[in-house]
Design a protein. Structure first.
Length: 311
């Protein structure tokens, strides 16, 4: 009996000390905890082909907002229904598993992590490199799906790590926050835009740092902690100011938020979830930087229409 209590104490201590970004070897021992929940955000077909034992499938598209802008948060009732189906409560440790294909895939896992944290889950993890790393490391998978009892948890979304369009506009007017565009340079400079965006360019006053620098060689593996600190040090932020991250629809920015806020412990970092697609969809034009001229916009629209006709 004493040995069992001691072993439980050691396990609890190890679990409490687990970092938010786990390797396959780091995640594996946590699976023995009956309270542990594995949320696999791959598509249903990939999940059916093999997954971590005990995992529940919640494809990333279930976490998205409306078709006009996937970055906007889903309705509150949809988020509640999803976490209840997955059997989650605030006290369940949760590991988010992605495919592990690239930085965008990592960003999807980070976005789900951010949503669950904002909903009140206290202990969260991401598998570094996703299922690609798990499979590469020779870890066991299964095709059977474990039954998971629903919960009646009624979470409320906290805006602690969120910046709204109105708040970002106020920051632009007051110059009292650092607005970081984590998209590649061609987006920031207005030479390229997301399909859902009505206009190219970036938010007035924003600075840029490419999110791909936060992953290793285009993979879904985070850079080392030292490399992450070096990247964070490039961003000059006056004391007391928020750091607001944005991209196209809040996926790439979630990756950078996760590494900054969760891995490095940098405070006052927020995501503008709707990001640039939301910014340019505002009823009235908002302050922009590097937006193409009206003539250029017309030429770009004509070029896109011509390409579509030829396809």
């Amino acid at each position: 009996m004493k040995y069992w209590i001691f072993a439980l104490f050691l396990w609890c201590g190890a679990a409490a000390a687990a970092p938010p970004l786990l390797t396959s070897d780091g995640l594996e021992p946590l699976l023995s905890n009956p309270r542990m929940r594995i949320v696999d955000i791959r598509d249903a077909q990939s999940f059916a082909g093999g997954h971590i034992e005990g995992a529940q499938n919640a494809p990333y598209n279930e976490w998205l907002g409306p078709p006009e802008n996937f970055g906007i948060l889903p309705p509150a009732q949809a988020m509640v229904a999803l976490v209840q189906r997955l059997g989650l409560t605030p006290d369940n440790p949760v590991a988010v598993i992605s495919a592990g294909s690239d930085g965008t895939d990592f960003g999807a896992a980070a976005r789900v992590y951010w949503m669950l944290k904002s909903l009140g889950v206290k202990e969260l993890f991401i598998l570094d490199g996703g299922m690609q790393s798990w499979d590469f490391d020779g870890k066991e998978t299964t095709k059977s799906v474990a039954a998971q009892a629903r919960t009646d948890w009624q979470p409320r979304f906290s805006d602690r790590w969120t910046a709204t369009r109105e708040q970002v506009l106020e920051h632009v007017r007051k110059h009292d926050a650092v607005l970081l565009d984590v998209r590649p340079e061609n987006f920031y400079e207005g030479r390229f835009k997301a399909p859902m965006a009505l206009m190219a360019g970036t938010i007035a006053g924003a600075v840029q740092q490419d999110f791909t620098r936060w992953v290793q060689n285009g993979s879904a593996n985070a850079v080392s902690t030292d490399a992450a600190r070096a990247l964070a040090s490039e961003i000059k932020r006056p004391e007391g100011q928020d750091l607001v991250l944005f991209c196209n629809t809040g996926v790439w920015s979630a990756l950078v938020w996760f590494e900054m806020h969760e891995v490095l412990g940098i405070k006052d970092v927020k995501i503008y979830p709707g990001s640039m697609v939301d910014w340019v969809q505002a009823p009235e034009p908002l302050p922009m930087l590097n937006a193409p001229s009206r003539r250029t916009q017309i030429a770009q629209a004509f070029e896109r229409a011509w390409k579509n006709l030829k396809q």
